[in-house]
Design a protein around this ligand. Structure first.
Ligand SMILES: Nc1ncnc2c1ncn2[C@@H]1O[C@H](COP(=O)(O)OP(=O)(O)O)[C@@H](O)[C@H]1O
Ligand SMILES: [Mg+2]
Length: 505
């Protein structure tokens, strides 16, 4: 009988300690040690495992290790072709995001041409899974179902059924009776995953593990799980939106820069081949504070609408709210707008968001966010056929961004005809006219949002900027139409105007 002892183990890195300490000695995270009961060390034979034979590198057979398509196009895109036999893939996501749904669809798709697949649900009964399969149209004669939480039994099923694909839903709810601690604990999760990896390699079966993630976005349980598996996919999305994003966080068989997009529907996850159209579907043209930016998700261009709203604030420190955008970047852009372009947000609450539940982390959206803010403050809309892209520096200067051609090709495809770009950006594809600007202030000027325009209605433009308010003779005090026009590159000076860089505010 193995001796059971208590250890304290870090839920982040798996480091163990004989007694509880506030800070993990391994990863130095605070409050991550939990008590676990652990059987005494495994025997030497268990530790050694099966023996591998060295062979000359040119004689290694790679045929077995080519990816096999699952038939779910967006999943195959992220996996770079499909699942590799003998590999282990971890699919992480918050509860309710749709992991079970997607994977049931995937196994059904693989089973559609007669391949044997096994779906092990350690969370739901066979009846529940069958009902879901009926709803998804995923009943297949070669799709085997088990509701089991004990790992030795699951390994037996793999031996008996000899499937080509196994899904274990979820790794946190399976347990191995030899390991003393409760299911979901660090040692259980790690040990069960390691044994499934062993089975996958030994039998050449593709294994997919479902893992729940914590509120902070980390996989619940140890991070060591990520080292054990070949591929880690993150399934994300905003609970209140139907859109789901699937991306590879780690992938031993290919690149991690692909993005899969799904829409959650009554009939399951439906691939979204044209996400830009989806994002822009509900867009209202002619509204101030709205800007369309072409962003990149890995290699995939996505057109996303950014929106900003400013309202007079009664708070001592006005509210700044960013959804789907980085709040630090929002503060930075507000500061640059104030210091380099004469827009003051000191007495306004500011709300900025990326529409559709997407998260934009790249600085390529800077100019878009800044123009949305300026447009919201000015109460003037931007032309509906304009896309904006560029990074904003602290001096108010604009920098070009990567893959401009792909971004603009996507914009052209969706009918946009003008692009506001940093001066050195490459030539846009056919159908899009480039409007080149060197600074944020110039972009604001060209877009007809300049702070030295007509006097704003009271309370609209707080602080009034640093420029004297004047009245536009043509509009008789009304808001001007956007003064946007295509600027020839010859019209643009080669250097950033001195008055912008040296503005002594
Ligand atoms: N009968 C149904 N019709 C439509 N959607 C459903 C139905 N039952 C469950 N869902 C949706 O499916 C989601 C659960 O997906 P699931 O695959 O179980 O997520 P996970 O496995 O990631 O926890 C829930 O968000 C729920 O809204
Ligand atoms: Mg589930």
């Amino acid at each position: 009988m193995a001796k059971v002892r208590a250890v304290f183990r870090c839920t982040e890195c798996g480091t163990s300690a004989p007694k509880w300490v506030g800070r993990c000695p391994g990863c130095e995270e605070w409050n991550t040690l939990v008590e676990e009961l652990e059987a005494s060390s495994p025997s030497a034979a268990q530790l050694l495992g099966p023996r591998d034979k060295p062979v000359p590198i040119s004689e290694v057979d790679t045929h077995e290790w080519t990816a096999r398509a699952t038939g779910i196009a967006e999943l195959d895109r992220v996996l770079g072709g499909g699942l590799v036999p003998g590999s282990v893939t971890l699919v992480g996501g918050e509860p309710g995001i749709g992991k079970s749904t997607l994977l049931l669809q995937a196994v059904a798709s693989v089973a559609a041409d007669g391949a044997k697949v096994l779906y092990v649900s350690a969370e739901e009964s066979k009846q529940q899974v069958r009902l879901r399969a009926e709803r998804l149209g995923a009943l297949r004669p070669t799709l085997w179902l088990a509701s089991e939480t004990s790992l030795p039994h699951i390994l037996d099923f793999i031996d008996e059924i000899e499937p080509t694909l196994v899904v274990v839903d979820s790794i946190q709810t399976v347990h191995h009776p030899e390991i003393g601690s409760a299911s979901g604990s660090v040692s259980q999760v790690r040990e069960c995953a390691a044994r499934l990896v062993g089975a996958a390699k030994a039998k050449g079966v593709a294994v997919v593990l479902v893992g729940h993630v914590t509120k902070e976005g980390g996989l619940a349980g140890p991070r060591v799980l990520e080292h054990v598996v070949d591929t880690v996919l993150a399934f994300e999305g905003d609970r209140h939106h139907a859109l789901r994003l699937l991306r590879a966080v780690k992938h031993r068989f290919g690149a991690t820069d692909q993005l899969g997009l799904f829409e959650m529907t009554e009939g399951g996850m439906v691939g979204v081949p044209d996400p830009s159209r989806l994002f822009l579907a509900d867009r209202r043209k002619g509204v101030s504070g709205s800007v369309v930016v072409p962003t990149m998700e890995g290699h995939r261009p996505l057109l996303v609408e950014l929106q900003a709203l400013v309202t007079p604030s009664r708070l001592a420190s006005p509210r700044r709210s960013a959804q789907g955008l980085d709040s630090g970047r929002l503060s930075l852009l507000l500061a640059v707008l104030q210091e380099r372009a004469g827009f003051s947000f000191a007495e306004t609450d500011v709300y900025a968001l990326a529409v559709g539940g997407v998260k934009i982390a790249e600085p390529a959206a800077d100019l878009g966010v800044a123009l949305a803010l300026a447009s919201a403050l000015a109460g003037t809309s931007l032309p509906p056929d304009l896309v904006v892209c560029g990074e904003v520096g602290l001096g108010g200067e604009l920098r070009q961004v990567s893959q401009t051609d792909r971004r603009l090709a996507e914009a052209a495809r969706l009918g946009f005809t003008r692009a506001l770009l940093p001066r050195l950006a490459p030539e846009p594809p056919e159908g899009i006219a480039a409007i080149r600007v060197g600074t944020l202030a110039e972009a604001i000027e060209v877009a007809g949002l300049a702070a030295d325009g007509p006097a704003p209605p009271p309370g609209r433009r707080n602080g009034g900027g640093h420029h004297p308010a004047s009245t536009d003779p043509e509009s008789g005090g009304a808001w001007p139409a956007p003064r946007l026009r295509a600027v020839e590159s010859s019209e643009i000076p080669d250097t950033v105007p001195d008055d912008i860089l040296d503005d002594p505010f």
